[in-house]
Ligand binder design. Structure first.
Ligand SMILES: [Zn+2]
Length: 454
C-alpha cells in the first residue's frame, strides 16, 4: 500500500511538474513573440521588399531567395530548396470591362481575370445574364445561355459566424462557373467577388477548365459593381464588353524553401509547420499567406532562441504554388513518400494574421482528443477552438491516415475583405495579432513535440 501511494504521488507530482514546466515554457514563447518578436518586420520585408509573388513570376523567384536567406540567417540545422515544376500563368496588361444598359448608358466595372483564365482576344462583347446557382443556369438551358456572358451573382451568406463556411458555399461559382457556363455555349463569365464586404475591389482566384469543354474567359467583378450590374439587368437588356489579356506559358522550375531543427530521441519523426510563399498578383499577399510564412519562420526562431532541443525533427516549409496548382504541396508529399519519411504532424497557417482562436485537426478521434488535452495550457492565451476540422491546402497531400493535419485558426471576420484582392497589403496587418499567432503556433509545435499527438 505504501509503495502504491508513493507511486501515486510520484505520478501526480510528475504530471503536475510537466504541466508546470509546459506553462512556464509557453509563457516564455509568448514573451519572446511579444517583447522581442521579428514576425512583423519579416512580413514587412516580404510585402514591401518583394511584393506580390504569383507562382513563376519574378516576385515568386525573389521570394524564394528572400525566404532562404532569412532562414539561413537564423542558423537552423539545415536550410535547403526543394525543386518543383509549377504552372506559369500571367494576367498580361490590366483588364477592362464596361456595361451598357437598356438606355445606352455606359458604366465601367472593376474586374480581375480569374487565375488560369484564357484571354478575350480583343474585345469580347455580348449580352449578360444573371444566375445565382448552377441549377438556375441549367434550367435556362442552351437556348438562353448560348452566346451570352453569364454573371454568377450568389453572395456569401452573412449568417455564418465562420466566414470560411460562407466562402465554401460560394466557391463553386469561381472554381467551376466558366466550365458549367461553357457547357451551355456561353462565351464569357463574370463572377461576383467572394467577399462579404461591399466595395470596389475585385477578388481573383483560380478556376478550372476541363479537356473537351471550351475554355471561355472569366473575371471576378467587385461586389459594388455586382450590385450596379444586377440593377441594370433588372431594368432590361445589358451588354458587357471586356478585355482580358492573360497568357499561359509552359511550366517552369520553382522551389519550396525548407528549414530543419534536427530531433534527438525521435529524429526520424517529422513535425512540419508551414504556409505558402506564393500569392496572387495583386496587393502584397499580406494575409494570404505572408502571415502564414511569418508565423512559421517566427515559431521556428522562437524555439531556437529559447534553446529548445526538439525530440522529433521540426521542419519549416515555405510552400510554392498553393494558389494555382498546389504543386509545392503535392511534390513535397510525393518526395516524402518516396523517401519513406514519417510525418507525425503537420501544422499550416493559411487563414490570415488575425487574432488567434485555436486549431482544427484533420485526423483520428484520438488525435483530436490529444489536441484538446492541450487546451488548458493554451486557454490563458485566449485560444478556445480545439476541434476536428480542416488542416490546409499545402499539407493536404500528406494525408495518409496517421499524420495529424492541423490548421491554425485565427478570427475569420475580416479575412475575405482582402482575400486575393488589391487590398491584401501589409497595412492591413496588426502587429500584436500577428505576434500572437506566431506564439500560438510555436506553443503547439512545442506541445506536440514534447507529448506527441497520437
Ligand atoms: Zn492562402
Amino acid at each position: 500500500m505504501r509503495h502504491f501511494l508513493a507511486l501515486f504521488f510520484l505520478i501526480s507530482f510528475n504530471n503536475g511538474f510537466a504541466q508546470k514546466t509546459d506553462s512556464v515554457f509557453i509563457r516564455q514563447i509568448y514573451d519572446e513573440a511579444l517583447l522581442r518578436g521579428e514576425s512583423y518586420q519579416n512580413l514587412e520585408a516580404l510585402c514591401k521588399g518583394v511584393g506580390h509573388r504569383l507562382t513563376a513570376s519574378p516576385g515568386a523567384d525573389q521570394a524564394v531567395i528572400w525566404g532562404k536567406e532569412l532562414l539561413e540567417s537564423y542558423n537552423f540545422d539545415k536550410v535547403y530548396l526543394q525543386k518543383i515544376m509549377v504552372p506559369h500563368w500571367e494576367r498580361g496588361t490590366q483588364e477592362s470591362a464596361w456595361f451598357t444598359d437598356k438606355d445606352g448608358e455606359r458604366k465601367k466595372i472593376n474586374v480581375l481575370a480569374l487565375g488560369g483564365s484564357v484571354a478575350t482576344d480583343g474585345t469580347l462583347k455580348a449580352e449578360v445574364i444573371e444566375v445565382k446557382t448552377f441549377d438556375e443556369l441549367k434550367e435556362l438551358g442552351r437556348a438562353k445561355v448560348e452566346g451570352k456572358i453569364v454573371f454568377f451573382n450568389r453572395a456569401m451568406d452573412p449568417k455564418n459566424v465562420n466566414t470560411f463556411r460562407s466562402y465554401g458555399g460560394c466557391y463553386d461559382q469561381r472554381g467551376y462557373g466558366a466550365l458549367e457556363a461553357a457547357k451551355l455555349g456561353a462565351v464569357g463569365v463574370l463572377v461576383r467577388s467572394l467577399s462579404l464586404k461591399i466595395d470596389y475591389f475585385p477578388h481573383t482566384g483560380s478556376l478550372r477548365y476541363e479537356e473537351g469543354t471550351d475554355k471561355i474567359p472569366a473575371a471576378a467583378i467587385s461586389t459594388r459593381d455586382a450590385y450596379f450590374l444586377k440593377t441594370a439587368i433588372n431594368k432590361g437588356k445589358v451588354i458587357v464588353d471586356m478585355q482580358l489579356n492573360c497568357k499561359i506559358h509552359p511550366d517552369k522550375e520553382s522551389y519550396n524553401v525548407i528549414a530543419e531543427m534536427t530531433g534527438s530521441s525521435k529524429k526520424d519523426e517529422i513535425i512540419l509547420i508551414g504556409g505558402h510563399l506564393d500569392s496572387w498578383d495583386v496587393g502584397e499577399g499580406a494575409h494570404d499567406d505572408g502571415a502564414g510564412i511569418a508565423h512559421s519562420i517566427e515559431a521556428f526562431r522562437i524555439l531556437k532562441q529559447l534553446n529548445y532541443k526538439p525530440k522529433r525533427t521540426l521542419r519549416c516549409v515555405l510552400y510554392m504554388n498553393e494558389e494555382n496548382g498546389n504543386m509545392g504541396g503535392k511534390t513535397y508529399a510525393e518526395k516524402a513518400k518516396t523517401a519513406k519519411e514519417v510525418h507525425h504532424a503537420a501544422l499550416e497557417s493559411d487563414r490570415g494574421g488575425f487574432t488567434p482562436r485555436g486549431f482544427s485537426l484533420d485526423g483520428t478521434p484520438k488525435q483530436v482528443e490529444k489536441l484538446q488535452s492541450f487546451s488548458e495550457l493554451l486557454k490563458p492565451y485566449d485560444l478556445h477552438i480545439f476541434e476536428a476540422g480542416y488542416g490546409g491546402v499545402d499539407i493536404g497531400p500528406l494525408k495518409n491516415g496517421s499524420t495529424a493535419l492541423i490548421g491554425f485558426i485565427p478570427d475569420s471576420q475580416r479575412y475575405f475583405d482582402h482575400h486575393h484582392a488589391q487590398s491584401d497589403v501589409f497595412e492591413m496587418i496588426n502587429q500584436r495579432e500577428l505576434e500572437l499567432g506566431a506564439a500560438a503556433c510555436a506553443s503547439l509545435l512545442y506541445l506536440i513535440d514534447k507529448h506527441g499527438i497520437n
